[in-house]
Design a protein around this ligand. Structure first.
Ligand code: G3H
Ligand code: 13P
Ligand code: NA
Ligand code: ZN
Length: 328
């Protein structure tokens, strides 16, 4: 059944595990996640960005999610709005069947400009009031996502134009986090610890200088009962980079968030881990391989089936590593 985020994360907190939140845009991605959850007995968080909703259209997305819970009625499944940019976006998500919404008030409605603390509290508290009245959960975000390595926080996907901020201004402040949760009543809090969206997070395996896991520990000490969320948490595995490059792709060498760092976060209150890039890479690698090895093929199923299977493998690996396997 479709359930609110809170239900899934409360169980995760009681049992010390984390839950991957995978982004989707289409049927095959939803199928890959549900098949992985079935194979591992895992709860599910499926999330759609504003871009995903525009691409897939709300009616298709809503019915695909209803199909997922019809086929797997025993799997607790959350349908989450990723990075809602305004109360209006969150409301339209709820009207389209989402059981959880993220009000990302760390940025203004343009999705680029760092917002004031006061703006963030105002919009997040407004969404909490509206969502809770409808049984829907809310994720807030405090701090700005962006790479500490570049010192810029500038991201390829346009999520952040936070180049003018210093390292410390990007990271979530533990005292402010405590205030923010008290003032908004959000169910989960996304924190900034030096990760960024997309494949190009770090130019080498990240050290504590650029991936501030100790910040999560400091926030957890102030907010032991708040579910923390890690964004930009793809691991960008070498084997997926290699497959893409081996079959005609061109990705420059890059490093993501190591799974063992995420496991460290899960010991300190991280309950939701956002993963999009790894799934995109698995799909693209599998499609490139088929088209390159069998250039005569033109039935989409010939490459979408292996693509779906490759994403399922990534989902199984994360569900297992984060400890949600066996908790469906
Ligand atoms: O927020 C980041 C997710 O990876 C979604 O990306 O906005 O390109 O759909 P998107
Ligand atoms: P990745 O780009 O690391 O997969 O992050 C996804 C994300 O944070 C979606 O909100
Ligand atoms: Na989110
Ligand atoms: Zn994100």
């Amino acid at each position: 059944a479709l359930v609110p985020l809170r239900v899934v994360l409360d169980h995760a907190a009681e049992n010390d595990y984390g839950v991957a939140a995978f982004n989707v845009n289409n049927m095959e991605q939803i199928q890959a996640i549900m098949e992985a959850a079935e194979a591992t007995d895992s709860p599910v968080i499926i999330q759609a960005s504003r871009g995903a909703r525009a691409y897939s259209q709300d009616a298709y997305l809503r019915h695909l999610m209803l199909a997922a819970v019809e086929l797997y009625p025993h799997i607790p499944t959350v349908m989450h709005q990723d990075h809602g940019n305004s109360p209006d976006t969150c409301l339209s998500a709820i009207e389209n069947g989402f059981t959880s919404v993220m009000m990302d008030g760390s940025l203004e409605a343009d999705g680029k400009t760092p917002a004031s603390y006061e703006y963030n509290v105002k919009v997040t508290a407004e969404v909490v009031k509206m969502a809770h009245a409808r049984g829907v959960s809310v994720e807030g975000e405090l701090g700005c996502l962006g790479s500490l390595e570049s010192g810029e926080g500038e991201q390829e996907d346009g999520h952040g134009a936070v180049g003018q901020l210093t390292h410390d201004q990007l990271l979530t402040d533990p005292d402010e986090a405590e205030r923010f949760v008290a003032e908004t009543g959000c169910d989960a809090l996304a924190v900034a610890i030096g990760t960024s969206h997309g494949a190009y997070k770090f130019t080498k395996k990240p050290t504590g200088e650029v991936l501030a896991m100790d910040r999560i520990e400091a926030i957890h000490a102030k907010l032991p009962n708040t579910h923390l969320v890690m964004h930009g948490s793809s691991s960008v595995p070498q084997d997926l980079q290699d497959i893409i490059n081996q079959y005609g792709g061109s990705m420059k060498q890059t490093y993501g968030v190591p799974v063992e760092e995420i496991q460290r976060g899960i010991k300190s209150g991280v309950r939701k881990i956002n993963v999009d890039t790894d799934c995109r890479m698995a799909i693209t690698g599998a499609i490139r391989k088929v088209l390159s090895e069998s250039p005569e093929k033109f039935d989409p199923r010939d490459y979408l089936k292996p693509a779906r299977a490759a994403m399922k493998d990534v989902c199984i690996a994360r569900m297992t590593a984060f400890g949600q396997a066996g908790n469906g």
